[in-house]
Each structure stands twice: as structure tokens, then as C-alpha cells.
Design a protein around this ligand. Structure first.
Ligand code: TYD
Length: 142
């Protein structure tokens, strides 16, 4: 698995459900930034980047959408369709979001403030960076 799926404990009673997100408890980092994506038009793909340093947790509060994740070697496609789970996106992971339902509200929690310099938006730059780093790690292990 390229990204961990975290199940949240839901406070359910006859009125409905409530989930609380707390850093270092069910969110494994200090939350510095929250943003959400909604009103996504048909056939749109978003993302298409990796982060050098940023960690994020993606939660589909309403509707559904899919994530394409790759580390440059393997690729995974994961559907988010429940507010009771979050997808933990570590740094250096290439992600694209697609197949948004028209009612989709995708919430993102991040461990850092917005910083354009943290983005790698070119896939060939990403591959070069990630494969160099991994080859370095592999040569140290041998
Ligand atoms: P963009 O990076 O294109 O979104 P995505 O990767 O989800 O497709 O962001 C769209 C715009 O919003 C862009 O002008 C940058 C801005 N933005 C912020 O101002 N703050 C943020 O925290 C984020 C994620 C984006």
C-alpha cells in the first residue's frame, strides 16, 4: 500500500454521527492547514503533483472521488467514499484525483502552510528525484 487508510471512530447515536479529528490522536501530525475541494466539474483531474516535504490526510466528507498514487515504481488507484476514513499521503508521493462525484467534498488536512516551493509539478522531475533517492538508499543497504 502506498498510503495508509485510517478508520475514524464515529460517535453514532439516534441523531446521526459525529467524528472528531485531533492531531497526534487520529491525525498523525500537527494540523497546520485545512482546505477543501468541492463543486468539481465533470471529468476534471486535480492534483498532478508530489510534495517534497508535506504530509496530508484526505477525507471525502461527501460523495466520492478516486486517487491515483504512484511512487514512480508502483501505481495504486483508491476510491474515497466515506467520511469515516482518511487517506494518509506521505511526502514524495505523486497523486492525482479524478472521478469526482458532482456532490463530492474532499477535505485535506496538512502539516504545513501552503508553500509553492514544496510542490513538484512535473512528473519527469518527480521520477528523477524519487528514483535517485531510492537508488541512493538501495546502494547504502547493499
Ligand atoms: P492547485 O494546487 O491547483 O490544487 P490541486 O492540486 O488540488 O489541483 O490549487 C488551486 C489554487 O489554489 C492555486 O492557485 C493555489 C491555491 N491554493 C492555496 O492558495 N492554498 C492552498 O492551501 C492550496 C492547496 C491551493
Amino acid at each position: 500500500m502506498l498510503a495508509k487508510l485510517i478508520k475514524f471512530e464515529s460517535n453514532r447515536d439516534e441523531r446521526g454521527a459525529l467524528i472528531a479529528l485531533e492531531d497526534q490522536y487520529n491525525v498523525p501530525f500537527e494540523i497546520k492547514r485545512v482546505y477543501y475541494i468541492f463543486d468539481t466539474k465533470e471529468k476534471v483531474r486535480r492534483g498532478g503533483h508530489a510534495h517534497k516535504d508535506l504530509k496530508q490526510l484526505a477525507i471525502c466528507l461527501k460523495g466520492s472521488c478516486k486517487f491515483l498514487l504512484t511512487d514512480g515504481r508502483i501505481e495504486e488507484n483508491i476510491e474515497l467514499n466515506s467520511p469515516e476514513e482518511g487517506l494518509l499521503l506521505e511526502h514524495c508521493l505523486w497523486r492525482e484525483m479524478y472521478n469526482f462525484s458532482t456532490d463530492c467534498i474532499l477535505l485535506l488536512l496538512a502539516d504545513k502552510y501552503y508553500d509553492e516551493d514544496d510542490y513538484i509539478r512535473d512528473y519527469s522531475d518527480y521520477l528523477k528525484m524519487i528514483l535517485d533517492v531510492k537508488d541512493d538508499e538501495l546502494s547504502k543497504e547493499i
